[in-house]
Design a protein around this ligand. Structure first.
Ligand SMILES: [Mn+2]
Length: 355
């Protein structure tokens, strides 16, 4: 492990071991939180933490505000998840008594996210518990405390969680394979693969690849992860993606590319909201394009914006102007109560000054 991760991961490891001890003593539940519009990294990092906690005999679930995406089912990690608005016996128990598997909440841990406002319906639960630990790599985080490990230079929250697992292994003498199950290792690997664009983004470092290698030893299967998360697609999705690509508009000497996908197109092509997931980075890679944006309208009328840049445009800052966030080269936001074409116009006006 590189020097720069040592302090933060050691601190997080100690904090997590102490909440595990407390939860066992008081027979409490630990909940792990991720961000809404779940992606490989938040699912991977949260699954890793949940696996670590359970391996020490404490109770833990990942609180998820929406269904686990279809293309992540292959990870075999569904037993780690608790959906408060789902129709499971866990959700029913939580609604009626505020307990989970008979236990009250003792501590909450957030990975790949630090603010409850981006946790969807789970945010309220996160806010209701005082003992909080955060492991995140989003630059926009402003709070600092002993319980927070924020490293905007880390490739992914999943890579950070891997280092936390290594520290916990070193502190307790427990082997890595007894801390991270093979399915959790696959999920953590999926997180690193997602946030590094399969090890092609600039955030891919020697240690990122070393961590991925060790995760393969623990049961991660890189070709299975890449196939399921990136390559596999339905015919409907393939056609919708082609439609979105053919509708791309170019502005400002082709430096800005944007495509708009209204909900009616998802209906027409019979594809889910993930039907255009592969479009934005493909647009960003067009020669001359600095900034690429995909706007998609969801069934509930909300609009999700995905932003990617090539060299200098700060996607995170731009996303913040619409209440979103993310990273320098990749960010996103969700907009409500606005027409998708009106929003597109607004974006073109705003981008003009920034490009
Ligand atoms: Mn991430």
């Amino acid at each position: 492990m590189r020097e720069r991760y040592k302090e933060g991961s050691a601190r997080s490891a100690k904090n997590i071991l102490s909440v595990i001890e407390k939860a066992k003593q008081n027979d409490e539940m630990i909940l792990v939180f991720l961000h809404r519009s779940v992606d490989g990294d938040c699912v991977g990092s949260a699954s890793g933490i949940c696996s670590i906690i359970r391996s020490f005999g404490a109770s833990a679930y990942v609180a998820i505000p929406e269904a686990l995406p279809e293309n992540m089912k292959f990870l075999g990690i569904e037993d780690l998840f608790f959906r408060p608005d789902g129709n499971s016996h866990l959700a029913e128990e939580f609604t009626t008594s505020g307990t989970l598997a008979g236990k009250k909440l003792g501590a909450v841990i957030a990975t790949d996210i630090s603010e409850s406002s981006r946790m969807g319906i789970c945010g309220e639960i996160f806010d209701s518990v005082d003992t909080k630990i955060v492991i995140d790599h989003h630059a926009s985080v402003t709070a600092r405390s002993d319980n927070l490990w924020i490293d905007p230079d880390a490739s992914s929250a999943s890579e950070m969680v891997f280092y936390v697992a290594e520290q916990i292994s070193a502190i307790t003498g427990k082997e890595m394979k007894d801390i991270i199950t093979s399915n959790a290792a696959k999920a953590v690997l999926a997180g690193i693969v997602t946030d590094t664009g399969r090890f092609t983004f600039k955030n891919t470092r020697p240690e990122t690849l070393e961590s991925a290698g060790l995760l393969i030893e623990l049961g991660g299967d890189i070709s299975e992860v890449c196939y399921n998360l990136f390559d596999r697609k339905t015919k409907q999705k393939f056609r919708l993606s082609a439609k979105a690509r053919s509708e791309v508009q170019f502005y400002f000497d082709d430096k800005f590319a944007m495509t708009v996908v209204p909900y009616s197109q998802f209906v027409e092509y019979n594809a889910g909201p993930d039907g255009v997931d592969d479009v934005v980075s493909a647009m960003r890679d067009i020669d001359g394009v600095e900034l690429a944006i995909v706007l998609r309208e969801l069934e509930n009328g909300e609009i999700r914006g995905n932003i990617r840049s090539q060299d200098y445009f700060d996607c995170s800052k731009f996303a913040e102007t619409y209440g979103g966030g993310g990273h320098m080269r990749a960010a996103g936001f969700t907009a409500k109560n606005i027409d998708i074409y009106k929003l597109a116009e607004d974006i073109v006006n705003k981008v003009q000054d920034a490009l």
